[in-house]
Design a protein around this ligand. Sequence first.
Ligand code: PLP
Length: 412
Amino acid sequence: AFTSTTVPEAPEDPLFSVMVAFRNDSSEKKIDLSIGAYRDNQEKVWILPVVKKATATTAMSPDYNHEYLPIIGLARFIKAAQRVCLGNSSDVIKDNRITSLQTISGTGALHLGALFLSKFYRPDGSNNTPTVYMSSPTWSNHPQIFKLAGLPTATYRYFNASTRSLDFDGMLTDLAAAPPKSIILLHACAHNPTGIDPNPRQWEQIATIMAERHHFAFFDSAYQGFASGSLDRDAIALRLFASYGLEMCIAQSFAKNCGIYGQRVGCFHFITSPATEADTLETVTRIGSQLTALQRACISNPPAYGAHVVSLILNTPDLFEEWEEDLRVMSGRIMHMRQQLRIKLEALGTPGSWHHITEQIGMFSYTGLTTDQCLQMREMHIYMPLNGRISMAGLNLKNLDYFVKSMDRVVR
Ligand code: PLP
């Protein structure tokens, strides 16, 4: 029988315990490289200037209307979010082959998608739920989210530890070997935790294998614009797959690229394959109705304020341009830190090769430090998860030298 005494304690989230340890450290030297949130050169949380502008408009005044949004969310935000990931001239949008709902940021979009597939994706006509294949390694929340939705998970090869680069052959082999019509989780850009993305040619090969095997692509797009500074460049995989006419879905987050993490602004998009206008309408209506029913049962309706802010930015040309500039500021500072980190390690003659640091992209760098070395770093007040991943945004011109010296010490 269930009593409160039968509930075992769950393990703490490793990343959040690193954050707590950092907070409790009173050293002036301490550096937090754990959490994936942007910091400026003064270690400060950066409120994007465009977000300040949008929240200062009358729409966001004390008279802001706090009423519920519809179940699917804010329509003008959703429409604009579709254009951000697929492009203004997307055939998918023109042909109305997409149904989208506003979600609790990227995590909520992953949840909604996982739940929908778990309930309705029966590709072989049997009652078996298909397996979700995810990269090894991947964001630590991915397996938890899909397992919670009742989907079995497996991995495909992605990272070659010895070369610290993409194991492309391993990845293609594993995608080809997965049972037909498997669900394949892909990071649209700025792969977390490795910072390694396939190049455009490799994406084409991946799309070709996916099409041959009739796999279903589930894209996680948490860093669009934040990786390269260009919304278009960071969407090449999404748009390439869409151009192949593949049925797919996208979990889209505005947490990082708008710096509004806690507002939980995201979108889930389901894209259908080309068909006649009547068939498309019928399919999209059916899928949209089921997603709406699931959303109602999970959260009733999504939070409004952050979606209004992002909608203003996406739908006001001046603000949109300013947002693109803010994206260049964030991605530019991170790329500068990558260059400086590599230059300084090489100048010190720190054993090993460090070119991977500048070849990686996005919020994170997979340094290659071992668990033991990460623990030694912690003794020097540098906080990072034990897989050697660092959040590049935690480095700045003030703390970089101390970080490099510490890294040099533990590597020698
Ligand atoms: N996907 C990846 C790969 C991430 O790194 C994150 C955040 O760290 C998310 C999804 C979800 O973020 P959020 O729920 O804050 O949008």
